[in-house]
Design a protein around this ligand. Sequence first.
Ligand SMILES: [Zn+2]
Length: 419
Amino acid sequence: MIWDRELETAPPADVRALAEAAWQSQLAHLRENSAFHRPNLGSGDLRLADLAGLPFTTKEDLKRAIEANPPFGSNLCVPEAQVKRVYQTSGTTGAPSVLALTLADADVWTEVGTRSYYATGIHEEHSVLSTFGAGPFVAGHTHFVLLRIGSRVVPVGPGDTERVLFALRAGLVDTLLVTPSFAQYLANQSDPPQVAHVVTGGEPGGGIPEIRDHIQSALGAVVTEVMGIGDIAPSLFGECRHQQGMHFCGTGHVWPELVDPDSRQPMEIETGAVGELVYTHLTRQAMPMLRFLGGDIVRIEGTSCECGRTSFRMRCLGRRDDMFIVRGVNVYPSAILAVVGGFKPRVTGRARVVRNGDGVSVEPPVPVEVEVPTGGDERLGAELEQAIRARLTFRASVSLVPEAEFGDAGYKTRLTLRR
Ligand SMILES: [Zn+2]
């Protein structure tokens, strides 16, 4: 089942024509109303194909835009009276950053999010327990999405284990929206609750086979993933039941590009390509982004699917900021999670890399902390080090950390610990 069948199954040429038309209107809007983007746009013909010649927008640029013209910033393109929803997102450096939406912008978030969640298999007849905080977080927009789909919703606060367990054991819901860390926490219970469908979001993990398989077998569930980018749309990708990566669901509203993570040169969005995703809004009114560097490194899994959707599918390998280099080889913490996940139930599934200082290059052995259930397992550390060496070709020094000391109760795991 597909939410917007005509659009989501349209041939690539039609999708491009639609995006091009939307871009031309967006371009006129930016030239007229954006003090922030105008200097980069010139006055001549500028088509989607020409975007690659424009500079990127980063989180730091957005911060400067706010400083230039507070409180909304020089990138606000509508009169302040039209701003109807404001999020204070976490900034990269200290002060929060401000994200403003018009009513139409909020509606586009809902539309794109609805395509994403519908793709995961959440439909009108389902009952959904959502642990995605509805309060100050952009992920709370999921509640508008579930209303539009028409499914039954049971909202629960992030990490409220007691209510999650009660709802599952009482049979209140058939679908669970959680972080993969929390899904693993449930899967590690001695008598894990059962649920038909788990949708993971907020961090990579649901797409890592070793982690996915464990959640699926322990909870008796099918696991699919969603992903969003706060500054673009809180839900922008949704994985269908074929479980072959998350479909891009922003057709007509967002134009994606792929760039090389090191040189930032444009790359073809084709099966097997690994790069950083870059986003341009096509219909945003209040704060349109132009070539926004999202910071997520992804692998393109395909450009067609048995489900009929024609948008590309991808898996997120991790945040660019979490990447490090060992003897010239790029490593993402999610790759370490995949190796560690193969050692269940001797491990819980959570692990993190310890980084000293800010440098991207790390000298081996790389310190890795692996969470373990209480109780000693003398050979485990050495076995993990061997497995990491064999599969990822670098030396790690593994410390085993008991559950009680690992911290943050399993809701969301920071993959990098900086000391
Ligand atoms: Zn599909």
